[in-house]
Design a protein around this ligand. Sequence first.
Ligand code: DX5
Ligand code: ZN
Length: 224
Amino acid sequence: MKRKITPSIMCADVFNLEATVKEFEKNGIEYIHIDIMDGNFVPNYTLGTDFVKALKRKTKIPLDIHLMICNPEYKLDWFDFGEGDYVSVHYEATPHIHRAVSKIKSRGAKAMLAINPGTPFSVIENLLPDIDAVLVMTVNPGFAGQTLIKSTIEKIRNLREYLDKNGYSHMEIEVDGNVSFENACLMSKAGANIFVAGSSSVFSKEGNLDENIKKLSSVINTGI
Ligand code: DX5
Ligand code: ZN
């Protein structure tokens, strides 16, 4: 399956966003990951509805909106997204996850089901016909710069195997949290194919954005 990079825009320099987005376009970046937090589902605030609107106007790169908010089914209408975009909602964030997923699909976007490190992937079973991807959180959501929860690598492997065995080999697996060059290699081998690139990789101070994107792309595609 094609390996894709979705840089986490909350990790970018806010005073340099235009140049950053141009660099994404130049490098053929597939998605832009936007973290939305509500200070309730996760203990932090980050970007919001106006940011999504502005970014959508600025670039043709599809968005990958990660909603870390309670009861997203009532708030999806606040966000600007449509065909080609991914929107992820957390299984843990609502008793009406099916309603949330259906609302995303009714807008023509692709629905991604996000699961926290403590949630078994088996919860996706009844949602499989309604979703396009699973987002496996590899840290507890809320903050950049955390350390990988190692058990999530096995979870990715088991999920990939489960999807392939059950007729969902086309379903994408996104990983989010401490996707460093080293960890991305492990995640890719385990079967993930969309990589949220934050402070651990493309926005790492070790190299510039262009070099880091090329390095991550090489690691996820060839393991080098
Ligand atoms: C975690 C966020 C991530 C984060 C990833 O809640 O969803 O997008 O920014 O970046 P690093 O590489 O810092 O873990
Ligand atoms: Zn995220």
